[in-house]
Each structure stands twice: as structure tokens, then as C-alpha cells.
Design a protein around this ligand. Structure first.
Ligand code: MLT
Length: 205
């Protein structure tokens, strides 16, 4: 089931009340179906909203343009983050949703971080899986936002220093950041699933 909104997307309604919806944001080369199984695993009863990135890089879908791996087209990051914020508002109205918690992987984590930098009220919080610093400026006021940041100590794409810098920038902007460094690469591990599940469960009571 999916309404005709500004992003191609999938929507799965909540299976029980009282759970924050998840906004699922796929990595480079994924699509709107990719993270639905992960979403169900980490939040079995939540509504799931999963848009498809609009940027094509050699046939791979993404949420914003990059100039090289880890080198972002910053103007495009800002524009695409704002587009995604507008989509979140549309989808909330169409489906009657509370503000979602973003769960983004890699490029999807980076666009989620960019939304937090620019429009923190769009999200109730975020689980950022292997994110990087999305923009050079400081984030907007993130007071009251809770963020779980999971990075991999063997990640060949995200240097440990970059993930630490992101955690610091988010904290300095007022967010409550839990940053865990896992013995993992860029790909997700069972530890990511377990930590994300526990973090979400703690917030849903
Ligand atoms: C990005 O471009 O967002 C990051 O390099 C992560 C990736 O998608 O590989």
C-alpha cells in the first residue's frame, strides 16, 4: 500500500499502537524494499515508511549526489535533505503518522543526518548505521533528540575519526547521542540489529 507522494515509497501500517513509525533509508544501490525486513526485525509493531532515493549513480539509487566516495555534493545534500523533509510531512498527513525515527544505512544514514542538521523537528530521533559527517556546517539545535550511532572499527568507507566527529557535532548541538563502535566493517552485523532493537524498545516503552 502506498499513496502517490513525492517519493516512490513503501508503507506498512503499524501492527499495534504506541510505537514511533520508522523512516527507513536505504544505502547506495538499494531501494525502498531493502530495509523493510530490518525494520520489521528491530520494531515488529511499528509503521514502516521507506522511500526510494531519487539520485542515480551508474544505475545505483542514492539519496544525494557525491563527487567521489565520501566526497559529497554539499548543495545537493542540502536540497535533497529538504526534499526528504517535505516528503516526511506529506507522508505523515497521508498516513496519519507521528514524527518518525529515521533508520538509515550508509548513504541513507547520511541523508538522515543531513535532515537532522537542517530540520530536526522532522524526526523524532534516529538510528544511524555507518554514517559520516554529511555537511561542513554545525547542525541546528538538536536539544531533546535521541540518536543511536553505530559505526564499524574496520569500516573501509567511514574513517573512525569521521564517525567520531559526527557524534561530537550532534552532541554539541544538544542531541543525546549513544555512539557504539562495533568490531565490524561497513556492512551490518547481528550486533547492529540487537543494539537497534534494544534502543528502539527502550524508547517505545
Ligand atoms: C555516501 O556516499 O553516502 C557514503 O560514501 C556512503 C555510501 O553510500 O557508500
Amino acid at each position: 500500500m502506498a499513496a502517490n507522494l513525492s517519493f516512490i515509497h513503501r508503507f506498512e501500517p503499524a501492527r499495534a499502537p504506541g510505537h514511533a513509525p520508522l523512516l527507513l533509508l536505504h544505502g547506495t544501490g538499494g531501494d525502498e524494499t531493502d530495509l523493510l525486513p530490518l525494520g520489521r526485525m528491530i520494531a515488529p509493531d511499528a509503521a514502516l515508511l521507506s522511500p526510494r532515493g531519487k539520485v542515480l549513480e551508474g544505475g545505483a539509487l542514492r539519496f544525494f549526489r557525491r563527487l567521489a566516495e565520501g566526497v559529497f555534493d554539499e548543495e545537493d545534500v542540502r536540497r535533497r535533505a529538504d526534499e526528504l523533509t517535505a516528503f516526511i510531512a506529506e507522508a505523515r498527513a497521508a498516513y496519519g503518522l507521528a514524527a518518525p525515527i529515521a533508520v538509515g544505512f550508509s548513504n541513507g544514514a547520511n541523508i538522515a543526518a543531513a535532515v537532522l542538521y537542517r530540520d530536526p523537528q522532522a524526526l523524532a530521533g534516529a538510528v544511524l548505521l555507518r554514517p559520516m559527517v554529511p555537511l561542513p556546517e554545525s547542525p541546528a539545535d538538536l536539544t531533546g533528540k535521541e540518536i543511536l550511532l553505530l559505526s564499524g572499527t574496520m569500516d573501509p568507507i567511514v574513517p573512525a575519526e569521521n564517525a567520531e566527529r559526527l557524534a561530537r557535532a550532534l552532541s554539541e548541538a544538544g542531541a543525546a547521542v549513544e555512539h557504539r563502535q562495533l568490531p565490524a566493517g561497513h556492512g551490518l552485523s547481528q550486533a547492529d540489529v540487537n543494539l537497534a532493537s534494544a534502543w528502539l524498545a527502550a524508547r517505545n516503552g
